[in-house]
Design a protein around this ligand. Structure first.
Ligand SMILES: CCCCC/C=C\C/C=C\C/C=C\C/C=C\CCCC(=O)SCCNC(=O)CCNC(=O)[C@H](O)C(C)(C)COP(=O)(O)OP(=O)(O)OC[C@H]1O[C@@H](n2cnc3c(N)ncnc32)[C@H](O)[C@@H]1OP(=O)(O)O
Length: 197
């Protein structure tokens, strides 16, 4: 390893990685993306235990999202649990799927916790895809407190791996898969991720 080059990890795109491309039919900047699955712990509107994260399309291959830390999210008195904050970062990064019309799942995610995040704080999240290489999507996210331009409290770098919708059908529990496939709205949401719906 040369002294002037950082160690290559699985979070570092290879030299022949390409710039991620916004799909022509991606939601317009500012548009609310909605949930990919109404029972999702991160974004599902029908998930009573979830974070109810609401993401919006940004310019290029970027998204923004807001998440309010609730008392149920504590790890220490009055402070958010790091795992919950990581979930918010993961979900925001997953929302980039809507911009590229790709279905991908988290392969690797590395989080930095920079500042404690108190209960009732609104975490202002933003994420962008930085590179693509084969099925791998490299992406990064930050969460700020005290406003969208406030100080960074958390950040994450990740590699998502592109999968087919069959990934969920093959691995999901039968009852939930049947329910999802019987719901036209859910089928429409899943198709919205595909390049050739
Ligand atoms: C009609 C019913 C539909 C119902 C579905 C409803 C909605 C669906 C629509 C959208 C939902 C989509 C996403 C959700 C969005 C947000 C939620 C938050 C995100 C998550 O919470 S999501 C859950 C957590 N997540 C997982 O549950 C993944 C478990 N895991 C696996 O399922 C496999 O592990 C998989 C598929 C990842 C890979 O398996 P595989 O066999 O397909 O591929 P393979 O191993 O060959 O890797 C291919 C290339 O990726 C590289 N690679 C692989 N793994 C890596 C790693 N960990 N780090 C760095 N690189 C990695 C290899 O190095 C190789 O790279 P190279 O090509 O260069 O060699």
């Amino acid at each position: 390893m040369s002294a002037d080059r950082p160690a290559r990890t699985s979070l570092t795109p290879p030299d022949d990685a390409v710039t991620p491309v916004r799909h022509p039919d991606a939601p317009a900047p500012g548009e609310v993306l909605g949930s990919h699955y109404d029972q999702c712990f991160g974004c599902g509107e029908k998930q009573p235990h979830g974070l109810h994260l609401e993401a919006r399309a940004g310019e290029g291959v970027t998204v923004t999202a807001e998440f309010t830390v609730k008392p149920a999210h504590q790890g220490a008195p009055g402070l958010a649990h790091g795992g919950v904050l990581t979930t918010a970062l993961d979900e925001t990064l997953g929302s980039l799927n809507w911009l590229m019309h790709v279905i991908s799942v988290t392969g690797r995610l590395e989080a930095d916790f920079v500042r404690p995040v108190p209960v009732d704080t609104v975490l202002h999240l933003d994420a962008r895809a930085t590179a693509r290489h084969g099925r791998k999507i490299y992406c990064t996210a930050t969460g700020r407190i005290g406003g969208a331009d406030g100080p960074v409290a958390v950040r994450a770098d990740a590699v998502f791996i592109e999968v087919k919708v069959e990934h969920f059908v093959d691995h999901g529990r039968e009852a939930e898969i049947q329910a999802a496939m019987a719901d036209p709205d859910q089928v429409r949401r899943a198709r919205a991720f595909e390049v050739n719906p």
